[in-house]
Design a protein around this ligand. Structure first.
Ligand SMILES: [Zn+2]
Ligand SMILES: [Zn+2]
Length: 303
């Protein structure tokens, strides 16, 4: 195992919180005066930073947490999903915040409506990305803390946006209902294709002014419910584990994209905190002269 001594020079301490014999999801960052829990369940003290509204990033669990920080859009989606008022602090992506004396700027990742990356500035620049579709708005940093959903060289793909349009007529599309469904809905709207959708997808589309028809040329449903329908069916995904034919649409960077994000942000060190980084990814990033750590190498502390 590689030592993590290289992380000591940046003026912050990354750790995971122990919870009995379990470990809380993702990681926390401690600066001299401040503590931030990234995409994790509620902390006793410090702020909970919610990068976006997907359930594996723990927004729902923080919806009533006054110390939660999320973009306006993320808060609206969480309110729609939970029926509860978001109790934390919201910002517009691009805003500069100051949290317990630490300057934090916020940046677009285009993973879904409201998804944001956070740059913490103290003695050095620590960038936490959440999930990323497009790295071009991300700033340079010293330590990059990022996802690796497609962390294997087998995960290189091209999106098939044209097929989403071409195959629409008379089809059922199985999509992830939060995020991807709105991206696909907007794409269909922009191309003049009427679509109908499952109720939760409809509610989330309406939040962002995406029009859903009563009867459409194509019906958007979830990747689970699609099996209840008969007819022409596709799953819109880059994952390979579904039984139905797929059209490649992804809200993440592929393996090549992850490497390019590291090149773009020019960090000295990377911590992969979400997804499935393979040893090949770690090797490739080290080959760029960058130090690398993964979540399970971080120290586990009992708060
Ligand atoms: Zn996500
Ligand atoms: Zn994720």
């Amino acid at each position: 195992m590689h030592s993590l001594d290289f992380l000591e020079q940046y003026g912050f301490f990354p750790f995971r919180r122990a919870h009995g014999s379990l470990t809380k999801p993702h990681l926390s960052l401690r600066f001299r005066e401040a503590e931030f829990h990234i995409d994790s369940s509620r902390g006793k003290k410090g702020y909970n930073i919610i990068t976006h509204a997907h359930s594996d990033h723990y927004g729902k669990g923080n919806v009533r947490n006054r110390n939660a920080i999320a973009s306006h859009e993320t808060a609206r989606i969480l309110e729609e999903l939970t029926g509860k008022k978001f109790a934390g602090n919201t910002f517009s992506i691009g805003d500069k915040l100051e949290l317990d004396g630490i300057k934090v700027s916020t940046h677009e990742t285009l993973h879904m409506h409201g998804s944001a990356a956070f740059l913490f500035r103290s003695e050095s620049r620590i960038l936490v990305t959440g999930d990323v579709k497009d790295y071009s708005s991300l700033p340079r940093c010293d330590v990059l803390i990022c996802e690796a959903t497609y962390g294997s060289p087998a995960d290189i793909f091209n999106e098939e946006i044209h097929r989403v349009i071409e195959e629409a007529n008379g089809s059922f599309y199985g999509v992830y209902p939060v995020g991807k469904a709105q991206r696909v809905g907007k794409l269909l709207n922009d191309n003049g294709i009427d679509f109908s959708a499952e109720e939760r997808i409809t509610r989330l589309c309406k939040l962002f002014g995406i029009e859903v028809a009563k009867e459409g040329d194509v019906h958007l449903t979830t990747t689970r419910k699609i099996y209840e329908y008969s007819g022409k069916k596709y799953i819109l995904t880059a994952q390979r584990f579904y039984r139905l034919p797929r059209i490649v649409v992804s809200d993440h960077l592929d393996y090549k994209g992850l490497i390019e994000m590291v090149e773009h942000c020019k960090p000295e060190a990377v911590i992969f905190y979400h997804g499935k980084p393979t040893s090949k990814l770690l090797e490739d990033v080290r080959g760029m002269g960058v130090n690398v750590a993964t979540l399970n190498q971080l120290e586990r502390l009992t708060p």
